[in-house]
Design a binder for this molecule. Sequence first.
Ligand code: FUL
Length: 490
Amino acid sequence: MFVFLLLLLSTSCNQKANTYFEKKLTFPNFVTSDQKVKLAAYIVPTQQQYEWQQLELTAFIHFGMNTFTGREWGDGSEDPALFNPTDFNAEQWVSILQQAGFKMIILTAKHHDGFCLWPTETTSHSVAASPWRNGQGDVVREVKEACDKYEMKFGLYLSPWDRNAATYGDSPKYNDFFVRQLTELLTQYGEVHEVWFDGANGEGPNGKKQEYDWVRFYHVIDSLQPRAIKANMGDDVRWVGNENGMGRETEWSVTPLYPEISESIRMENERLKISATSEDLGSRELITEAKTLYWYPSEVDVSIRPGWFYHPEEDDQVKSLSQLVDIYFHSVGMNSVLLLNVPPDRRGRIHETDVALLKQFDHYLSSLFENELLTDGEFEWRARSGASREYMVKKAETINTVMLQEDIRKGQRVESFSVEGWIEEEWITLAEGTTIGYKRLLRFGDVAPERIKVTIQGTRDIAHIIKVGAYYASPLSNNQKEFRLNEKPL
Ligand code: FUL
């Protein structure tokens, strides 16, 4: 690898260098700060991470014991007899989400209460002990079969924190138990495209804290489902840092952040003062301090309702179309994948209100982006710092939205850019930004320029811009319900 590094470092900006580092690069000791920044531009996603990024819209399904108890976090003492959907229909979930443009579904196979949605052999606290389908049901299987039928990808959320398991807190024993659960899920249901671990870690019944064996969990996934993306506490996809649907203005997929699966990584994150919620995860200053960089892109998880689980009293608090569209612009439009939670109700169906909203959401986005208003934004532009390029707007068309995309297979490089419009014989700034990455969407007031000009003001090496688009987004009423959590974007 050192030979590649030397070659790359000796290649000046105007020569073609095509040495890339997939997912991870540890710097040798001799590199300068500038060289580190240049090397960061050559870190690229794995094929699986690249395919995952292109999904753009993925759906979370929180369904389980909490659906029937009305809670968000069960304590594990719930009677399995409570789990009894009256009209369970996984095909309804999958078909609705597929028609709304979602490409993957991630199901909570087990939440913190420990109740398993599949008939596991590891515990009696599962659907097998419930009255649903006379104890013969398997939610995981029905969802997976529906996903296969509708050509949707399928992912699993398996909570490491388990408030029912007697061994929780007895670290080696619980880790064995968790590995058995993981093994069942990864061997009995065909291909699993994403495994989502959250980091919640509570006390065990005996007061002991559970030490998860993350390295072993990763190994189990890598050996049983080598193509699966490991998310959140996994090392392929990181949590954006909030649950409001808000990505960062500056969102780097190349970062020194790594999930804290060992003491040495915990110490390195501490040395760099970074965590999933940090505002800066990829600046030049941070790269200069870093020893290792990763391709570790962001996933924005947010619920369509106030809670993650369905509660009938929240039927009138489903997000509005304008809130959902804002979330789309702040997630997919900010170099992230959106993971939108749509929790089925006690019947085991997605509620009519949510269905109607998903249809409107799809309709809005399709009509927005199907109508491309530039004539010539579809070819690769290799841009150096300071380079500009003009694009023709279709005659007499009004625009208020711009899309920019880098070819991330050649790294994420752009640090700052601007978009101007030629209006009444002068260039007017329409939008400015920092990172682009896989996709950047910008909104501005209605204008009808003859052409637009994109300037790449700063880039870490030649930027590969593969798409510039312009669109007209029809106005959405702002007079809608407030966000439940209205913290500012990071
Ligand atoms: C969190 C959990 O505690 C919530 O209940 C929910 O599942 C969310 C997606 O992750 O860590």
